[in-house]
Design a protein around this ligand. Structure first.
Ligand SMILES: Nc1ncnc2c1ncn2[C@@H]1O[C@H](COP(=O)(O)OP(=O)(O)OP(=O)(O)O)[C@@H](O)[C@H]1O
Ligand SMILES: C[C@@](O)(CCOP(=O)(O)OP(=O)(O)O)CC(=O)O
Length: 421
């Protein structure tokens, strides 16, 4: 390592999106390498609304690897962080910054320490896949700083070792994680099926459902399902392979009815596997079930699939609408049943792309209070309302994959101190 001065700090900053699976990953065949028992397919969400931003800095003055997440120092000693750091360091290349007089040879990276700062623009560990955005961003930013030449696919195999679903956040649009066959996991990678512009009418609405009870983590839950659920074996071997083919076809031909049917069926089967686990795992709650009923009732009354729902390892609903008009009708239904609690404003109850709200004629709490019951529930069931059962909604869309942020003002680490700003 040669440099005029030993006090320099070299940094890279990037942003990576989160993703939601429409064909779920649930179950590993190798716990250490994080190799799944079936393929999965996801949509990448708009990084403007749900993403991680990470800065990685290197300096000869750093004494150890350190990381700060949302401003708080966290330990990097866990196997998942260590695996990602080791795999990237192995592939590091020579780096030269002539202006700053910095040269780092590839063999130097093993000895140099890193400071990492990351920030999520959405709640961490709230069932919104922060670990997917976080590990994808970490691996992508490390690879940029260390001049790693690997393709996104190879990088996805490293992100996978941070958290399985993270490998799918290495691309935008529609992404497939192919389970692979090799024992070392080198072919268990993500591939892009279509970019976010391929089907840009789709609107995603996330209902962040209030939940007090502590849930079983995905890692623990899927281990218990692998050990005890006979349904999971049938799902992985028999159901998912066909569903993946049908989903790929639906995406290619922008067939919303098919996408919706497969998405709902796969979410429901995943939660059936959780119930089939011993002891059973309950990720959804009464609010989740009410949202499913709302969608099913509406779809049935229209005689065609208006929207799709899917739920990960928690009670939050992710709803997919084919376009803004239907998304507006969906918001009206959701807000009729789950109005904002008395003390909260509509503007802080609907986050992300608020324009859909305005297009649906909803400018204020009064507009929500005046909403008539949806036609499909009139006269059939009492139109009960549940204010406060949803914490807030996020309106978003499909998004692009990780990208480098070149504006130094966006760095989360100070070039002077080498620590978070
Ligand atoms: N930006 C980030 N950079 C690096 N690691 C992160 C980042 N954000 C989250 N993580 C890691 O992911 C962990 C949270 O993952 P966890 O699976 O508990 O929650 P989640 O991904 O938000 O929710 P879920 O998996 O249920 O959708 C954090 O404790 C941290 O280790
Ligand atoms: C239900 C899921 O969200 C499970 C995600 O599991 P994780 O990727 O969080 O699990 P680990 O690999 O153990 O870190 C479905 C999915 O995203 O495909």
């Amino acid at each position: 390592m040669a440099a005029e001065t030993q006090s320099w700090v070299l940094m890279a900053t990037a942003r990576a999106p989160t993703n939601i699976a429409v064909i779920k990953y649930w179950g590993k065949r190798d716990e250490a390498l994080i190799l799944p028992i079936n393929d999965s397919i996801s949509v990448t969400l708009d990084p403007d609304h749900l993403s991680a931003t990470t800065t990685v800095a290197v300096s000869p003055s750093f004494k150890q690897d350190r990381m700060w997440l949302n401003g708080k120092e966290i330990s990097l000693s866990g196997g998942r962080y260590q695996n990602c750091l080791r795999e990237i360091r192995k592939r590091a290349g020579d780096v030269e910054d002539e202006k700053k007089g910095i040269r780092i040879k590839k063999e130097d990276w093993e000895k140099m320490h890193l400071h990492i700062a990351s920030y999520n623009n959405f709640p961490t560990a709230a069932g919104l896949a922060s670990s997917a955005a976080g590990f994808a961003c970490l691996v992508f930013t490390l690879a940029k700083l260390m001049n790693v030449k690997e393709e996104h696919g190879d990088l996805s195999a490293i992100a996978r070792q941070g958290s399985g679903s993270a490998c799918r956040s290495m691309y935008g649009g529609f992404v497939k994680w192919t389970m692979g066959n090799d024992a070392d996991g080198s072919d268990s990678i993500a591939v892009q099926l279509a970019s976010n512009t391929h089907w840009d009418d789709l609107v995603i609405i996330i209902a962040v459902v209030s939940s007090k009870q502590k849930e079983t983590s995905s890692t623990t839950g899927m281990r218990e399902s692998v050990e005890t659920s006979p349904l999971l074996e049938y799902r992985a071997k028999t159901v998912v392979p066909n569903r993946v083919l049908q989903m790929e076809e639906a995406i290619k031909s922008r067939d919303f009815a098919s996408l919706a049917r497969l998405t709902c069926a796969d979410s429901n089967q995943f939660h059936a596997v959780c119930l089939d686990t011993s002891p059973p795992i309950f990720y959804m709650n009464d609010t989740s079930h009410r949202i499913i009923s709302l969608v099913e009732r509406w779809n049935r009354s229209e005689g065609s699939l208006q929207v799709a729902y899917t739920f990960d390892a928690g009670p939050n609903a992710v709803l997919i609408a084919p376009n803004r008009k239907v998304a507006g009708l969906l918001l009206q239904r959701l807000l009729f049943q789950f109005p904002p609690p008395p003390e909260s404003e509509l503007a802080s109850y609907i986050l992300g792309d608020k324009s859909i709200l305005h297009e649906a004629g909803l400018q204020s709490r009064k507009d929500v209070e005046d909403l008539p019951p949806p036609v499909e529930i009139k006269d059939k069931v009492p139109s009960q309302k549940f204010p406060g059962d949803v914490s807030y909604f996020i309106c978003t869309r499909l998004g692009s994959g990780p990208r480098l942020l070149t504006d130094e003002n966006q760095a989360l680490i100070s070039p002077e101190t080498g620590c978070p700003k």
